[in-house]
Design a protein around this ligand. Structure first.
Ligand SMILES: NC(=O)c1ccc[n+]([C@@H]2O[C@H](COP(=O)([O-])OP(=O)(O)OC[C@H]3O[C@@H](n4cnc5c(N)ncnc54)[C@H](OP(=O)(O)O)[C@@H]3O)[C@@H](O)[C@H]2O)c1
Length: 164
């Protein structure tokens, strides 16, 4: 299995506020596009709904939406009732792209974490990254801080599952 969890978080682990991402770092969006390539992306129903209609489904990738609502319609995407079903559908190769609930549910299946740290502290955040347990995850790479063209600092930090 190659299951990558791909997220951006603030310095305290916040990933969202009021069903949006509370910063603008186009370089992170570009990296997301590069990492997800032409593969499958798995997301929660709320993250699907957070995408502007003209940007969904994400082009060139198989879009899989996880929901407990069997009647939910996501035109251009496939809907499934859980994470293991999503991974069955994608042959165990997928990028999980949020949000908070789905990252937490996907941690047990994840083989790598591709995190962007954003040098901000968001007030009033309501979605959070999962905990990265140091007994389970090894730091694979920590990039230098860079400055976005929007002025916000960010860096890329990757983890891989420690050998068991
Ligand atoms: N910074 C980032 O990298 C990043 C990335 C993505 C999203 N976000 C942000 O994250 C926030 C959304 O995250 P969220 O935690 O509120 O919602 P979410 O994880 O996107 O979606 C939650 C929904 O997924 C379904 N779900 C969750 N766990 C499930 C399970 N085990 N089995 C079946 N279905 C399940 C449920 O849908 P139903 O209610 O339909 O059953 C649930 O309401 C937004 O603010 C978004 O902008 C940030």
């Amino acid at each position: 299995m190659t299951v990558s969890l791909v997220w951006a978080q603030d310095l305290a682990g916040a990933i969202g506020k009021a069903n949006t991402i509370p910063w603008r770092v186009p370089e992170d969006m570009a990296r997301f596009k590069e990492l997800t390539g032409t593969g499958a992306v798995v997301m929660g129903r709320k993250t699907w709904e957070s995408l502007p209609p003209k940007f969904r489904p994400l082009p060139g990738r198989r879009n899989v939406v996880v929901t407990r609502n069997a009647g939910f319609e996501a035109p251009g995407a496939e809907t499934v009732g859980g994470l293991s079903e999503a991974l069955d559908l994608t042959g165990g190769v997928a990028s999980v792209m949020g949000g908070g609930e789905i990252y937490t549910a996907a941690m047990e299946f994840a083989t790598q974490l591709r995190v962007t740290e954003i040098d901000v502290l968001v007030e009033g955040a309501d979605a959070f990254a999962p905990e990265i347990d140091a007994d389970v995850w090894t730091l694979a790479d920590r990039g230098d801080w860079e400055t976005s063209r929007t002025g916000t600092r960010y860096r890329f930090v990757d983890y891989r599952r420690a050998a068991r």
